[in-house]
Design a protein around this ligand. Structure first.
Ligand code: NAD
Ligand code: UDP
Length: 335
């Protein structure tokens, strides 16, 4: 049985689908602070499986112990956490508490129950301002905001845990920019309030919920002056977790892997691709750079291919088509 913390969220719900398709049984543990139970019902619809669902907070050991008592957990895929960069600057203590304390509590309860396998959701944000691209796993690490620091601290904690007991099997997956949705249009990204990220903002603009997209910066050193990122289809990303899980038993060291496509696209490239996929206009205006943003961020994805035999299969047209199907079938998300 695989415990998926944060399994009702965007990446967690898609990963549950791929885990079930690969033959795993899952139990989802979530406090629904940024998700709804509807996503789980949709996962059940897609997979025709019943999902074991536990309401709880990773910071509460009593909640976690219940899960470990009720199910025989082989491994944990740990998505639960807060993820909004801007909010983390406003509320740093909430982020350290939720992400860092939550992960420590989780690891302590895993230890109590003798569960030593964990896959952790890290982020390309741990590369800070990369000196060059594509980004390899051994590049220097830094963080410019509390959210990024929580990811860095958790990576360090996991390294120390492994150093204390090298029978642990730990994979740290550094995601680039997950976008898109399951091809069924039943599950997808459902941000609360005004989206911070580019793709949900573009799709809400295409459907008329937002008047125009502000493009942050037109003078970066990129092919069209707008910021370049490595957008990766959320289903490809989810499959990366299944591959990492299959590899866990064989690893002798901590596995640290970039999950990206290796391709960089600009904000304007994404606007164009989305317009093509949706047949809708995405009005935009140039705005000043957003503080903390880097010009270019894309992965060297070769280590993932070598070590877990994973590479992304879906391109930006498919990412945009699937994002649009989700947006147009669910204009108000899961509500
Ligand atoms: P999400 O907010 O959709 O999912 C996170 C889930 O965790 C939500 O269902 C939320 O209710 C739950 N949760 C939060 N705090 C919890 C707690 N204390 N106890 C129990 N459940 C809790 O986010 P996502 O986009 O699916 O991201 C999943 C993970 O991947 C996060 O750790 C995030 O930091 C990381 N990540 C995301 C991105 C991205 O762009 N989406 C990029 C890099 C890394
Ligand atoms: N971006 C933008 N307008 C928005 C949101 C994002 O121009 O409303 C740009 C942002 O400056 C960056 C890219 O889109 O170049 C991706 O931003 P996102 O917040 O999605 O991801 P991240 O910054 O974490 O890579």
């Amino acid at each position: 049985m695989i415990l998926v913390t944060g399994g009702a969220g965007y990446i967690g719900s898609h990963t549950c689908v791929e885990l079930i398709k690969a033959g795993y049984e899952v139990v989802v543990f979530d406090n629904f602070s940024n998700s709804s139970e509807e996503s789980i019902k949709r996962v059940e619809k897609i997979t025709s499986a019943t999902i074991n669902l536990c309401h709880g907070d990773i910071r509460k050991k009593s909640d976690l112990r219940k899960v470990f008592k009720n199910y025989s957990i082989d491994a944990v895929i740990h998505f639960a956490g807060l993820k909004a960069v801007g909010e983390s600057i406003q509320k740093p203590l909430d982020y350290y508490d939720n992400n860092v304390n939550g992960t420590i509590a989780l690891c302590q309860v895993m230890q109590e129950f003798g569960c030593k396998k964990i896959i952790f959701s890290s982020s390309a944000t741990v590369y800070g301002i990369p000196h060059t691209t594509p980004i390899k796993e051994d590049f220097p690490l830094s963080a410019t905001n509390p959210y990024g620091k929580t990811k860095l601290f958790i990576e360090e904690i996991l390294h120390d845990l492994f150093a204390s007991d090298n029978s642990y099997k730990i994979a740290i997956l550094r995601y680039f920019n997950p976008i898109g949705a399951h091809e069924s249009g039943l599950i997808g990204e459902d941000p609360r309030g005004i989206p911070n990220n580019l793709m949900p903002f573009i799709s809400q603009t295409a459907i008329g919920k937002r008047e125009f997209l502000s493009v942050f910066g037109d003078d970066y050193d990129t092919h069209d002056g707008t910021g370049v990122r490595d957008y990766i289809h959320v289903v490809d990303l989810s499959l990366g977790h299944v591959k990492a899980l299959k590899k866990l038993d064989d690893i002798k060291e901590i596995l640290v892997v970039n999950l990206g496509t290796g391709c960089g696209y600009s904000v304007l490239d994404m606007v164009k691709a989305f317009e093509k996929a949706s047949g809708k206009k995405v009005p935009y205006k140039f705005a000043p750079r957003r503080s903390g943003d880097v010009a270019k961020c894309f992965a060297d994805a070769s280590f993932a291919k070598k070590i877990i035999d994973w590479s992304a299969a879906k391109g930006i047209d498919e990412m945009c088509e699937d994002a649009w199907r989700w947006q147009s079938k669910n204009p108000n998300g899961y509500n």
